[in-house]
Design a protein around this ligand. Structure first.
Ligand code: TXA
Ligand code: MG
Length: 339
């Protein structure tokens, strides 16, 4: 199949592009589109045949449920049987935004969206293109990240195209995404909500609005069975080994040199502050702030996939705020942590 690509920079044509993309979604085909976190690969969540095209295009295991995307709280309410009071507060504070609510499903979405679970993940993305598209289609859109399963999530339209050209009907190019890491997934079926996947809205953000929030232990120690089915897969992985280095720049430099002595070509992912302290010729600088680092992390992982390196070594980051999500994704992509 030929993948049609619409460039949303073309302001005059925006409206007609959105209409065209919406028409393709309504006809049961797949369309990738930007959100504030990563690009999503969308299909009509009420149409099981359309949803199965997502799994085919990505090569995604079918026991991994998808998030339904909607434009408004009213549309969200149409997909679930009940909404606890604390979710109303979270919606008021963070939606549209990078927060996915797991709620009891009323069965309106196809059973392959929820992988047969009686709950559904729903979110209102905070991106003008996503919101326009969702308003135009007026149906819930199931959308996982628009990458081949197991690869880093896409933060640019080119990332999507590299992975899925010829496998999907359309791609709305809205430029690079902002947050760069996927939404926070929060289980709202319990009295106290549980973070199943750390993401754009941090634990601290959530607690400032509703008080105590739990974290699924499967996320923290990588042991046990994570409640979010997707969290058990090795994810976001570049094709060469990725090591996380915990220590100062002297230790980092020593490790680089040790690898080089073994004739290993080393790619380094680190903050700008760290980069100036290293002497190495193959460094991808992730940025200054933790927000910049989150936003460029997946591009960095993809960058080294195209480079002739034998190992990628990444700096370790503090696990507060967005740092939790950064380290969660890095650990899932990595083979070992070097201390
Ligand atoms: O930011 C995002 O969330 C992006 C954009 C496109 O919205 N989407 C995304 O989707 O990251 P995906 O499919 O790559 O990740 C969805 C995560 C998976 O870990 C999945 O297991 C979990 O959400 N999930 C979905 N429905 C669930 C449910 N009913 N119960 C528990 N976990 C669920
Ligand atoms: Mg994904």
């Amino acid at each position: 199949m030929t993948t049609k690509r619409w460039n949303m920079n073309d302001i005059d044509k925006n409206q007609s592009y959105i209409k065209e993309a919406a028409g393709i979604l309504q006809a049961g085909q797949t369309v990738a589109f930007p959100t504030e976190t990563v690009y999503g690969l969308g299909a009509d969540a009420t149409n099981p045949q359309a949803v199965s095209k997502i799994f085919q295009a990505k090569g995604r295991p079918e026991d991994n449920p998808l998030i339904a995307h909607v434009a408004t709280k009213e549309q969200l309410q149409r997909l679930v049987t009940s909404i606890p009071g604390y979710v109303d507060k979270l919606i008021a504070a963070f939606s549209p935004g990078p927060l996915t609510f797991i709620l009891p499903s009323n069965g309106i979405c196809a059973s392959n969206v929820t992988a047969g679970l009686d709950t559904i993940g729903v979110r209102i993305p905070n991106h003008p293109v996503a919101l326009q598209l969702l308003k135009e289609v007026d149906i819930p859109i199931a959308a996982p990240s628009a990458n081949i399963s197991g690869k880093p999530s896409p933060t640019t339209a080119d990332h999507v195209f590299n992975d899925l050209e010829g496998r999907i009907a359309g791609l709305v190019d809205g430029g690079p995404t902002g947050v760069g890491l996927e939404s926070t997934v929060i289980d709202c079926t319990q009295e106290i909500p549980v973070i199943l996947r750390p993401g754009g809205v941090t634990k601290e953000n959530l607690e400032s609005v509703i008080g105590h929030v739990l974290v699924d232990p499967g996320i923290i120690d990588g042991e046990g069975k994570p409640k979010s089915p997707g969290m058990k897969y090795k994810h976001y992985a570049p094709e060469v080994p990725l090591w996380i280095f915990e220590g100062d720049s002297n230790g980092f430099q020593e490790l680089i040199e040790k690898e080089q002595q073994s004739n290993h070509r080393v790619g380094v992912l680190c903050s700008n502050q760290f980069a100036v302290q290293l002497s190495h010729d193959n460094i991808y600088q992730l940025g200054d702030s933790m927000e910049e680092i989150a936003s460029s992390l997946y591009d960095g992982l993809r960058y080294f996939k195209q480079q002739a390196v034998d190992v990628i070594i990444c700096e370790s980051f503090p696990e507060s705020g967005i740092g939790q999500a950064i380290m969660n994704r890095l650990r899932k992509a990595s083979d070992s942590t070097i201390t």
